[in-house]
Design a protein around this ligand. Structure first.
Ligand code: COA
Ligand code: MG
Length: 297
């Protein structure tokens, strides 16, 4: 299924919304998206300051975001802060909002409706502002189907392991077995509804090898991108979601062989000792799509 929008989101870098310095730095790194946080990365008594800082970052022209997508994470629903978060930051016309702890279609639809009014007031094209939903509670996982189909603005599902572990009373392990069902469910629902799937951040900032392993696993599962929480994590993540020259060449060769066999009326065929049919061709096409996304072909 084609994705709902064309924005490339291999790496999305989070930073606390009350840090103008980190927003400036994040904007300078050439990442696909930055997420200026108003939720858990900001202390309760700093929320007003964070809203002001994010708005200043978006409106003052002091920061050149280049092609980087500008996202704002609002506070969780049911805490009464989302309306203020949006009212304060919408004038900056962010590209989208990231919604944490989404548990129902309604959590998304309420925000979408509020955004429509604001867009009309600001003379923006209705529906321009995108939404990305974080699934990080048991209810969020259970209601994935209605969440994934909730609204046209929704472009991605993000998996959040740390909050989920807290919510279900699990213990975080190196293997990630405790979150495997949820991590799979998020990527499957995203694929079924044409949404991007973005994996949880890796919290050990010094373990680059661990980050690489977890990101590769996410990519193999079908995830299209991963959250980052430190500039050091950006390159390894982009690297994993960008196919190598050899992978691209192999995929192109396979697709060419497939086209030849199709022309001579054969569906399945043997290629380098393996049976090839449509699922493998689709996988090769995904490699090509990732290469195009990365701008290397
Ligand atoms: N975005 C942009 N810049 C960042 C950054 C981030 N997430 N994390 C660190 N930096 C910058 C620092 O400001 C510093 O810049 P400088 O060299 O110009 O002074 C540089 O990168 C090196 O940072 P470092 O000293 O290694 O990290 P730190 O101790 O300052 O910060 C964290 C560590 C974890 C607090 C920080 O990485 C962070 O804020 N991460 C995001 C947290 C967040 O948003 N959480 C909510 C979502 S899960
Ligand atoms: Mg969280």
């Amino acid at each position: 299924m084609p994705f709902a929008d064309h924005q490339i989101r291999r790496v999305l870098l989070f930073m606390p919304g009350d840090s103008f310095k980190k927003i400036t730095k994040g904007a300078s790194l050439g990442v696909d998206s930055i997420i200026m946080d108003l939720e858990d990365g900001v202390a309760l008594n700093r929320k007003p300051e964070a809203r002001r800082t994010v708005t200043q970052a978006l409106t003052s022209g002091e920061i050149d975001f280049g092609a980087t997508e500008r996202l704002v994470r609002v506070n969780q629903p049911r805490k009464g802060m989302q309306a203020e978060d949006i009212a304060a930051t919408i004038v900056g016309r962010p590209d989208g909002y990231v919604l944490p702890k989404v548990e129902s279609a309604r959590d998304i639809q309420l925000i979408s409706h509020a955004l429509l009014e604001r867009e009309l007031l600001l003379g923006m094209e209705p529906g321009m502002i995108k939404l990305l939903a974080i699934i990080e509670t048991a209810r969020g996982v259970v209601n994935l189907r209605e969440i994934a189909a909730a609204d046209q603005r929704l472009v991605a599902l993000i998996f959040g392991a740390e909050d989920l572990v807290g919510d279900i009373g699990a213990v975080r392990s190196r293997s990630g077995a405790e979150v495997f069902y949820a991590r799979s469910a998020v990527v499957i629902h995203a694929a079924a509804f044409g949404l991007q799937a973005i994996d949880t951040p890796f919290i050990d900032l010094d373990d680059v090898e661990g980050l690489r392993v977890e990101t590769t696993e996410a990519m193999h599962m079908g995830y299209t991108g991963k959250l980052a929480i430190h500039p050091r994590q950006v390159a390894p993540i982009v690297d994993v979601f960008t196919p190598t020259a050899d992978e691209i060449a192999a995929a192109q060769k396979l697709i060419a062989a497939h086209e030849e066999h199709q022309a001579s009326g054969e569906g399945a065929f043997a290629y380098e000792g393996k049976m090839i049919d449509m699922p493998m061709i689709r996988a090769a096409e995904r490699v090509i799509a990732r290469a195009r996304t990365a701008g290397i072909i």
